[in-house]
Design a binder for this molecule. Structure first.
Ligand code: T1G
Length: 693
């Protein structure tokens, strides 16, 4: 099949892009487009560009990034389309994104079907629109609307695109039909090059730049894109294109681009289960939830928002009522955000959601998710009951964050139906789902876990059973590194600031306050008996809990939250508690630079992550990256901890570990996998590649 098909429909040359799955503008597509336009100029009175299959062009071919460019480049293709002597129409459906939208902007007229989406998502990949998008879009929409689209990367609907001037019309029908109609009208009107339109009026570009920098949290592409749009308003069109090219080149060469592209492909790779190919998921019509606390209610809301039926069971009528109210308030706020249509809400209210106080209500559920108190005896009791009431073939899932799922499965007579589905709070908002596969879990149960994630639009990562699975196990380790630093003299507020400067969404102490300090307290008590005697045990976190300082919910934790404030203030009392503990342990406090804080934090994270991969808990390094990106606020533009380590140099990370090990050899002993990779001169990416299907 040719990447670009050419046929004549009367006077109109129809140019069809055929490059499944998303018609990315690969080299063959670019070359084919130029050839087709040249031919149309000779043979036809107008040309129409459409995409075959599910979408118009979804952008440049991301797989070609970082490889030597092959002529013609997309910018030249767009310029050639714009210079065409006969009118060119683009008819859009599906997602016209990035270079795809840029091809459409270079065409002379644009029409789309009503459910098409149009966007310039380049900044999410660490670059900016590099085929004229920053120059042509603002000429059509004005600078403000273009800046909004380009700096956020968010797509707009066809209706919105019509309103802001990108589209000439929105029409029902096939792209070919609506495009032909427009092309026939265009013959009389003639070509209309976007580049000939007047430059957009200036806006406060410095203010946009500052806003983009602040929102980027360390990411540079959105702010750089502002400068490209500014060039559209200040320079002649061709000079603006040259400026765009230059800025695009800078970003293309940046490590942020490498990190973001890694994240894009890693997120897609985690869902592929080559070893389970061909295994069909079980039915997922009705979901049962056990426990209506914050987590259980969030899981119920997530399932309801995805169109599933839900039955929630709690221990008595009062608890069931409270759970119902919790779910209702989550649905209300989803409705306010436009995530729940009124029709679906009435469906939910008229039987789509039930809360009950007896387990028998779960007898029709296809999959039951337990979200009760984190205690092995309680969980085993719940599973023994589920074993009695659930229908044959029902998937029995636990939302435990730490506990041994093999032991939980052992409480049933059907361990092959048992799996871990570890949601993150708030469950109807957070993207990550760890699918934890126990020893006896059946293959189709694993596939069903992934199918549920897809239905809920979550990113599922396969994990093995261990204390904390992938994410919380790594978290526990880097927490230990920072707690030890604080014990040795670092200020917790400096630690948070240094790690936010690194790009973490929130500092770890602010995260503790948000999640509740009692969670860690319970975990520490549970682990106390099995703790390695060589482990250092800072006591300040327990001290805070003993004082009733459980974080935001009690107004005090590591920070103070006067009058329900969401952002905390440093508290001298906490600094005093730390000083007292250091004195008691006979430690002379020392200071830490921000750089050392970041290096110790990352060395600990990467080291434990290497053990997680080495132990087979994560299938590949990229599974760790996706877990930390989508569940733990790791900066996406760094690609994830393993990508960060590869880009930093594994030998340098190992050297840091060995240096830190001088004061605490037990904690900092290098993971065997990391040592091995350094010895062999290989990287985590090499492991990712070897594991690809
Ligand atoms: N290039 C190469 N492969 C791509 C691709 C792309 N642009 N987009 C998707 N794929 C692959 C993807 O890896 C997956 O492959 C399959 O297609 C289906 O994708 C000059 C420089 C279009 C909304 O950022 O947002 O243009 O895993 O699972 O949920 O200015 O893909 O099956 O082997 O995501 O239906 C700008 C990125 C590029 C669009 C479809 N374009 N793609 O979502 O399917 S930069 C983008 C998406 C650019 C110019 C610049 C989504 C989608 P596999 P999928 P989906």
């Amino acid at each position: 099949m040719d990447a670009v098909k050419y046929d004549l429909d009367g006077d109109v040359a129809v140019v069809t892009i055929q490059n499944p799955p998303v018609n990315a503008a690969s080299h063959a597509v670019r070359a084919g487009l130029v050839e087709a336009v040249q031919r149309a100029e000779v043979e036809a009175k107008a040309a129409l560009i459409i995409g075959d299959g599910r979408t118009f062009i979804a952008g440049a071919d991301i797989r070609e990034f970082g490889k030597p460019p092959k002529d013609p480049w997309l910018p030249e293709v767009c310029n050639r389309i714009e210079a065409c002597k006969i009118p060119v129409v683009a008819a859009l459906h599906g997602t016209a994104l990035g270079g795809g939208l840029e091809v459409a902007l270079a065409a002379h007229y644009r029409v789309a079907v009503p459910d098409a989406k149009l966007g310039l998502p380049e900044v999410t990949l660490g670059i900016l629109p590099g085929a004229g998008g920053t120059q042509r879009l603002p000429r059509l929409t004005g600078a403000e609307a273009a800046l909004e689209m380009i700096t956020t990367g968010r797509p707009v609907s066809a209706a919105e695109a019509l309103e802001i001037g990108i589209l000439d019309a929105v029409q029902d029908g096939t792209p070919r039909q609506i495009g032909l109609d427009m092309a026939r009208e265009a013959i009389a009107k003639g070509p209309r090059p976007t580049g000939d339109l007047p430059a957009p009026e200036a806006v406060d570009f410095d203010a946009w730049h500052a806003k983009a920098l602040a929102r980027g949290k360390g990411q540079i592409a959105p702010a750089t894109a502002v400068r490209a749009v500014q060039a559209a308003s200040e320079l002649p069109f061709t000079d603006g294109l040259a400026r765009e090219r230059e800025l695009f080149g800078d970003l293309m060469a940046s490590p942020q681009r490498e990190g973001l592209i890694h994240a894009f492909f890693a997120e897609r790779a985690v869902a592929k289960l080559p070893e389970l190919e061909g295994v069909a998921p079980r039915d997922l019509a009705e979901i049962g939830v056990v426990g209506g606390g914050t987590m259980g209610a969030g899981i119920a809301a997530a399932c309801l928002l995805a169109g599933l039926k839900v039955v929630l069971v709690d221990r008595d009528a009062d608890a069931a009522d409270k759970a119902k109210a919790r779910v209702a308030s989550m649905l209300d706020s989803a409705a306010k955000r436009g995530k729940l249509l009124p029709e679906r809400r009435s469906e939910i209210d008229s039987g789509g959601f039930r809360a009950a106080d007896t387990y028998d209500a779960l007898d029709a559920s296809d999959l039951v998710i337990e979200a009760v108190f984190e205690d092995m005896d309680v969980k085993r009791e719940v599973f023994a009951t589920l074993d009695k009431v659930c229908k044959e073939g029902a998937v029995l899932a636990t939302n435990t964050s730490y506990l041994d799922i093999n032991a939980i499965a052992g409480a049933t007579g059907r361990p092959s139906d048992v799996i871990g589905l570890h949601f993150f709070s708030p469950a109807h908002i957070m993207k990550l789902l760890e699918v934890v596969v126990a020893d006896a879990t059946a293959p189709d149960v694993v596939v069903t876990g992934f199918a549920l994630a897809k239905r809920l639009r979550k990113i599922a990562v396969r994990a093995g059973v261990c204390d904390g699975f992938i994410g919380n196990r790594i978290l526990a380790h880097y927490r230990m590194a920072i707690d030890n630093m604080v014990l040795d003299g670092a200020d917790p507020y400096q630690v948070d600031a240094a790690l936010e400067a690194f790009g973490m969404a929130m500092g770890p102490y602010a995260v503790s306050d948000l999640a509740g300090l009692d969670i860690g307290w319970a975990t520490r008590k549970r682990k106390a008996a099995t703790r390695d005697p060589r482990e250092r045990v800072p006591g300040f976190a327990d001290t805070l809990c003993e004082m009733g300082r459980f974080g935001q919910k009690t107004g005090r934790g590591y920070y103070l939250y006067p009058d329900g404030a969401r952002r905390g203030e440093p508290d001298p009392e906490v600094q005093q508690i730390l000083a007292d503990e250091r004195a008691q342990q006979g430690l002379t406090p020392r200071s830490f630079t921000d750089d050392e804080i970041q290096r110790r934090f990352m060395a600990a994270m990467v080291n434990e992550a290497a053990r997680v991969v080495g132990d087979g808990i994560a299938r590949r390094p990229l599974d760790v990256d996706v877990t930390m990106l989508s569940g733990y606020g790791f900066p996406r533009w760094r690609g994830g901890p393993m990508k960060w380590a590869d880009m930093t140099g594994l030998d340098l990370v190992l050297a840091d570990l060995k240096r830190f090990a001088k004061d605490d050899p037990w904690f900092w002993q290098p993971a065997p996998l990391l040592q091995k990779l350094v010895d062999e001169g290989r990287t985590f990416e090499d492991l990712n590649k070897e594991a690809q299907p």
